[in-house]
Write a protein that binds this ligand. Structure first.
Ligand code: G1P
Length: 290
């Protein structure tokens, strides 16, 4: 049976304190990697995976995201007058079709599970994707597309995974595995941010999910977990006896742009991959001493 994943949820309510002062008056999701905001990479990845409706869970101070995906007619007219059609294309590429984008607000920072729960009425009763824009995937086949292609085989819940060093397991949701064929793992348990030395494996959940709507029944209970927040991992764990749960090692590189080193590395990788910048950038890098 082919199941179409039509809707994607983008939790973008987080404060971004790790990037202060840059994020004092600007959403962290608008930080650019080379010249494109993080959130636009996530939206383009969703489009490439066939997503048709984009649901943003926003919060205070996030209106720049709404403006970014809207048209900017005065700027467009000005650029057209100047004959700068190449720049007009950038404006059009980042404008989502009216009616295909919804915004809902998370009025309190109660955690990722709570953010996803805020989208429940907009998602309704169908499987949906969740993309955390902090996780940036540089892949030949976009990460969510790889997952959507595999999803008919797994159904239920499917998350992107990566094997992380033991000392990093406390930063992630960590899976406990009942089988592992190298690409796909079958999951029989999970824990959010396990205390050092207690992780059931090194298999970490990354910021890409395809979820069965079953998870909303668990999120409705509003149970708090790690850090006193409503955790998506806990709600997913509660559905384990009802829906199959798989993790998938995607092909490509992931950059954790929620921290400075990951963000800086992403900028270097993406710039080196840009035909219009690569040669000049390489030469410029060589002039640095370190
Ligand atoms: C969230 C999830 C965690 C997951 C991580 C991936 O944590 O709660 O399970 O492993 O994203 O980036 P956060 O990074 O928001 O603390």
């Amino acid at each position: 049976m082919t199941v179409r994943i039509r809707k994607a949820v983008f939790p973008v309510g987080g404060l971004g304190t790790r990037f202060l002062p840059a994020t004092k008056a600007m959403p962290k999701e608008m930080l650019p990697v080379v010249d494109k905001p993080l959130i636009q990479y996530a939206v383009e990845e969703a489009i490439a995976a066939g997503i048709e409706h984009f649901i943003f869970v926003t919060g205070h101070g996030k209106t720049a995201i709404e403006d970014h995906f809207d048209s900017n007619i005065p700027l467009q007219v000005q650029l057209q007058k100047e004959g700068k059609e190449d720049l007009v294309r950038f404006l059009k590429d980042s404008t989502l079709e009216s009616g295909k984008i919804s915004y809902t607000r998370q009025s309190e920072p109660k955690g990722l599970g709570h953010a996803v729960w805020c989208a429940r009425d907009l998602v309704g009763d169908e499987p949906f994707a969740v993309l955390l824009p902090d996780d940036l995937f540089h892949c030949k086949v976009p990460c969510l597309k790889q997952m959507v292609d595999e999803y008919p085989k797994t159904a239920g819940n499917l998350v992107a995974i990566e094997d992380v060093p033991e000392e990093k397991t406390s930063h992630y949701g960590i899976l406990s595995l009942s089988s592992d064929d190298g690409k796909m793992v079958k999951v029989n348990g999970m824990v959010e941010k396990p205390a050092p030395g207690t992780a059931p494996s090194r298999c970490a959940i990354l910021g890409r999910y395809i979820l069965s709507p079953e998870v909303f029944n668990e999120l409705d209970k509003q149970k708090t977990g790690a850090k006193g927040e409503i955790q998506l991992t806990d709600a997913m764990a509660e559905t384990l006896d009802k829906v199959p749960f798989h993790g998938m090692r995607v092909e490509g590189k992931r950059f954790d742009c929620g921290n400075k080193i990951g963000f800086l590395m992403a900028n270097i990788e993406y710039a080196l991959d840009r035909p219009d910048l690569s040669e000049e950038f390489k030469a410029a890098l060589k002039t640095l001493s370190f």
